[in-house]
Design a protein around this ligand. Structure first.
Ligand code: NDP
Ligand code: GDR
Length: 372
């Protein structure tokens, strides 16, 4: 029998990799996409299948985590074997601007799905994955962080995700549901949203290297993160739903770097070495040397990074470092792609995209281009 999966957040970074992964495993994959005034399926267009053929195994449905009747109807019609709840207002800084919406989607959204599964009598047949997060640890109580480390969330996003974490545990305990939390540390890829720090850096520096942008404006570059690759992490999301008993797992690499490190690597992949000077909000990064031909717009002495306090958060998560021992011992999972390899891949992709824009401009062909 073909297994059926329902993915919320299928148009996002993880949703797109997970959909690819499950299709390769032979699943019929259903995804929830939001109505938007512009196309928002860019990350999954390459796996789109014509719904007019009987054979299509990839199906998109309009929906929203704030809409109970929509979610209930989808679950009733699809009767999925596995539900992956990846949909979220996932930006920590934005959650301070839109806290109530973030709670509605990220906290109550998880409850809506769990309750719909139960209401429809699917609680013994449908397995549920909740996209939990290292942001739960926030003000860290123990390093490295593992499944037993106490939580101390530091943003409306993290507080909403704390509710989602516990309601998942609660439905497992109360109704015997196969429901799991993956406590995932930061994971990135060339498909990462443009306003998360890694992608902002790889995209911004690629644009600067080609003269499309003057300077990168950053927030707290001393923040420390445990960065993995999204491809490695979606594999683990699936593995978590294939066990005999449901459980919660930390997914991380166990290695930590600073945002400043990520800036240095990204510049290096463009043949640019940097010098940092100044402190606090006066810190800047200046080009020390340029090698090769990837950064024709740059020369020694150019300032390509400044601090803009606009990007500081009302409460910051300064440091995160995960201990993935349990995932390794129980599931045999280890990440295959290092943070440095991932950075190289992201820079290569963003530099390619920047070259396309530069070329079109050179020939006086206007293209839509936005800078954040
Ligand atoms: P993205 O921001 O790339 O994707 C989020 C997805 O959720 C998008 O498909 C988005 O749709 C969708 N979405 C947003 N609001 C709603 C809503 N109201 N109803 C339905 N869908 C909605 O996130 P990632 O792929 O990076 O992350 C996936 C999940 O994992 C998220 O829940 C995130 O919080 C969590 N997580 C991510 C980590 C990471 O480092 N990437 C680490 C730990 C947890 P649209 O495309 O229309 O905006
Ligand atoms: P995070 O990711 O908040 O950890 O949440 P993000 O990449 O946004 O920030 C990481 C760290 O970098 C610092 N930072 C900046 N961040 C952004 N976005 N822009 C900047 O200019 C900037 N300068 C410095 C931040 O302050 C922070 O310390 C991500 C999301 O994917 C969540 O959904 C997920 O749950 C967690 O990772 C684990």
């Amino acid at each position: 029998m073909t297994k059926k999966a329902l993915i919320t957040g299928i148009t996002g970074q993880d949703g797109s990799y997970l959909a690819e992964f499950l299709l390769e495993k032979g699943y019929e994959v259903h995804g929830v996409k939001r109505r938007a005034s512009l196309f928002n399926t860019g990350r999954v267009d390459h796996i789109y299948e014509d719904p007019h053929t009987d054979k299509a195994r990839f199906k998109l449905h309009y929906g929203d985590l704030t809409d109970t009747s929509n979610l209930t109807r989808l679950l009733r019609d699809i009767e999925p074997d596995e539900v992956y709840n990846l949909g979220a207002q996932s930006h920590v800084a934005v959650s301070f601007e839109a806290p109530e919406y973030t709670a509605d989607v990220d906290a109550t959204g998880a409850l809506r799905l769990l309750e719909a599964i139960r209401f429809l009598g699917l609680e013994k047949t449908t397995r549920f994955y909740q996209a939990s997060t290292s942001e739960l640890y926030g003000l860290v109580q123990e390093t490295p962080q593992k499944e037993t480390t106490p939580f101390h969330p530091r943003s409306p996003y993290a507080v909403a995700k704390l509710y989602a974490y516990w309601i998942t545990v609660n439905y497992r305990e109360a109704y015997g549901m196969y429901a799991c939390n993956g406590i995932l540390f930061n994971h990135e890829s060339p498909r990462r949203g443009e306003t998360f720090v890694t992608r902002k850096i790889t995209r911004g520096l690629s644009n600067i290297a080609l003269g499309l942008e003057p300077c990168l404006f950053m927030g707290n570059i001393d923040a420390l993160r445990d960065w993995g690759h999204a491809k490695d992490y979606v594999r683990m999301q699936w593995m978590m739903l294939q066990q005999d008993e449901p459980d919660d797992f930390v997914i991380a690499t166990g290695v930590q770097y600073s945002v400043r490190d990520f800036i240095i690597w990204s510049a290096r992949h463009l043949g640019v070495s940097l010098e940092f000077s100044g402190t606090g909000i006066d810190e800047i990064a200046t080009v020390a040397a340029v090698e090769g031909d990837l950064a024709p717009a740059l020369k020694p002495g150019d300032v390509i990074m400044r601090i803009d306090p606009r990007y500081f958060r009302p409460a910051e998560v300064e440091t995160l470092l995960g201990d993935p021992s349990k995932a390794k011992a129980v599931l045999g999972w280890t990440p295959e792609i290092t943070a440095q390899e991932m950075c190289a891949e992201m820079v290569a992709e963003d530099h390619k995209a920047a070259r396309r824009v530069a070329l079109l401009r050179e020939h006086d062909l206007a293209v839509p281009f936005s800078v954040e």
